[in-house]
Each structure stands twice: as structure tokens, then as C-alpha cells.
Design a protein. Structure first.
Length: 137
């Protein structure tokens, strides 16, 4: 029962990560919060900067899709065959590397600029993955 709940949490987290990927793949350039930071700084980004940001957003979106697939695939494997320490470690490392690092980085940006950044969903999704991994053990 707990393993099924853990698997469900991982599917929910994977969908959330895909949502973030879609935001960067198909959303505006600059992203809303980046535009606010530029505006507060009195900066209007040059077309070359927007081109670079678009490339970074697309790369980020691709990596987020890979993380979502990894979460779902590892979780499915663990759910079907029973969780192992290596699966728990892999899922936890993915959550901390993707959600933890990006959450800390965007939290620092928010504190420095006063503009609301997406650290909350980053930490939230990482926490869901960690909880799901615990339940799969």
C-alpha cells in the first residue's frame, strides 16, 4: 500500500516537472519573473540576450523532461520489483540535484531582487520525490 502511494507521488511529481518544462519550452522570453527583475533593474535586454535566454530555457526544458522520465521510470521499476537502496539513492539524488539546487538558486535570486521566483515548486517537487522514495523502500 505504501509503495503504491510512493509511486503515485512520483507520478504526480513527474507531471509537475513536465509542467515546469512546458513553462520554459513554450512560455515567454524572458520568463515573467526574469522580466520583472530586468524591469526593476532598469534593463531592457538586447535581442542577443533574449536569444541566449531562449536557448537556456529550451535546454532547461529538455533536462526537466529527462528528470521527469527518470523519476517515473525508476519509480515504476521500484514499484514493480520492490524498492532498493540504490533506487532510493538515485531518486533522492535526482530530487536534490534538480529541485534542491534550482530551489536554492532561485531563492537567492528572490532574496536579492525581491521578485517572486519559482523556488517553491522546485522545493515542493523535490520533497514529493523524497517522500515517495521513502514510501517505496
Amino acid at each position: 500500500m505504501l509503495a503504491t502511494l510512493g509511486f503515485g507521488l512520483h507520478l504526480l511529481a513527474a507531471l509537475g516537472v513536465l509542467g515546469l518544462a512546458a513553462k520554459y519550452a513554450f512560455g515567454p522570453v524572458p520568463a515573467d519573473y526574469h522580466a520583472q527583475i530586468f524591469e526593476r533593474g532598469g534593463v531592457s535586454p538586447a535581442p542577443a540576450v533574449l536569444t541566449v535566454l531562449r536557448a537556456v530555457y529550451l535546454a532547461l526544458a529538455g533536462m526537466l523532461v529527462a528528470v521527469a522520465i527518470g523519476i517515473a521510470a525508476l519509480s515504476l521499476s521500484a514499484w514493480q520489483s520492490g524498492g532498493t537502496a540504490s533506487t532510493f539513492l538515485a531518486l533522492s539524488a535526482m530530487a536534490l540535484a534538480a529541485g534542491g539546487v534550482s530551489g536554492l538558486a532561485t531563492l537567492q535570486v528572490e532574496r536579492a531582487t525581491g521578485v517572486r521566483t519559482p523556488w517553491r515548486p522546485a522545493f515542493g517537487l523535490a520533497a514529493i520525490v523524497l517522500l515517495g522514495a521513502l514510501l517505496l523502500l
